[in-house]
Design a protein around this ligand. Sequence first.
Ligand SMILES: Cc1cc2nc3c(=O)[nH]c(=O)nc-3n(C[C@H](O)[C@H](O)[C@H](O)COP(=O)(O)OP(=O)(O)OC[C@H]3O[C@@H](n4cnc5c(N)ncnc54)[C@H](O)[C@@H]3O)c2cc1C
Length: 451
Amino acid sequence: MRVLVVGGGYVGMYTALRLQRRLRAELVRGDVEIVVVSPDPYMTYQPFLPEAAAGSISPRHVVVPLRRVLRRCRIVVGEVRTIDHARRTATLTTPATEEKGAPAERLGYDELVLAPGSVSRTLPVPGLAEHGIGFRTVEEAIGLRNHVIEQMDIASSTRDPEIRDAALTFVFVGGGYAGVEALGELEDMARYTARHYYPNVKPEDMKWILVEASGRILPEVGPELGRYTVTELRRRNVDVRLETRLDSCAGRVAVLSDGARFPTRTLVWTAGVRPHPLLAATDLPLTARGRLKCTAELTVEGVAHAWAAGDAAAVPDVASEEPGRETAPNAQHAVRQAGVLGDNIVHSLRGEPLETYAHRYAGSVASLGLHKGVAQVYGRRLKGYPAWFMHRVHHLSRVPTVNRKARVLAEWTLAGLFKREIVSLGSLEHPRAEFELAAGGKPFQDPNESF
Ligand SMILES: Cc1cc2nc3c(=O)[nH]c(=O)nc-3n(C[C@H](O)[C@H](O)[C@H](O)COP(=O)(O)OP(=O)(O)OC[C@H]3O[C@@H](n4cnc5c(N)ncnc54)[C@H](O)[C@@H]3O)c2cc1C
């Protein structure tokens, strides 16, 4: 029997991990095979991306290698393109099929776990596709870090006020935790860097702008802490613009709905997520918002042998008093749902009754830079250093594997003893550039120029 797990993120990895533990005997006998298909051979611990961007955690420690954790599973690096559940068949492309230009491969299965997560929700804003940068992957987080430090290099090496101004203007669109934490951490890092290493770039020369369409930011921590975060960011000279939208960023000029215009080389788009487009390429039922219709047992509604959880799944929130509510797309639900999902697959194989997923939202923690944060946990509200400390303790306890926990803790401890690392290694992204030039190739064009 083959269990196909689509996605190697929170749900995919934790479900496969649970199945690997609970079906150990069956896996050893060869009665069961677990196949995990994921475009990357690692799971990304997304809550650590802002700290990776700030340089507090190295990129390697933000990801968990799937082959190391899922030793009894077959890991396929590739992308599932379509699913014909009526025929229990998926099609997938791998780096090899793409290199050969071969058609997608077919893979049969008996049980399907569909967990491709979500993708950035974009809008048809002129210039966004050309100049925007997302903040969902470790590559984007590290790329953004290098880019911000590069802008400081550009600003410090020119007297041209236009170039300097655009280099030192950083616009973030979207005030959820991804946007606020990314801005908070990067602004903190950039201020430190300017103060210590760039004598001709003053922290007040930089413009950090947060654009949010609704009237509040960080809805995850509640209205009071959301207001506190606005005050705290404004105190740090961050220009927080509520009830404002980005109308255009064509020609590298961010034009806002309140009429403001900011020439900028940095536009970070963190304005929410939408369900993964793969879901529409299946014969499974979807809600009006495009998530998979699921039951509280994490089966896909009205369909046998199909399971889903996490950002891709509309799971009834049975712990909420509000009728018809779905569980929110966040890591807290994704991890817990994965455990129940794994157990339920085992129950169904053994003919046992299924468990219902019920979890009362425990609250959220958010970091706003070194020693700064907000937290709302089980109704208790924390600000500043205690919230930041809680954020670190919480995520250290949550990041998968003891190995990762030890490495992250070691990095945090060392960072407390030494000065911050502020080197920009943008050229790492183009390791052949120098050799190509030496060998007579064309001068290297920096793709960062586009954002
Ligand atoms: C910057 C940032 C910070 C966050 N911070 C927090 C936080 O502090 N607290 C919190 O609760 N939540 C946080 N979240 C949200 C949380 O990370 C998500 O809710 C969680 O990752 C959802 O888990 P998932 O398994 O559904 O999706 P993911 O973890 O995104 O996993 C989806 C997986 O599917 C893979 N995939 C995609 N397409 C295909 C395909 N075609 N075929 C096969 N595989 C595919 C992806 O590569 C990925 O591995 C944050 C998110 C971001 C971006």
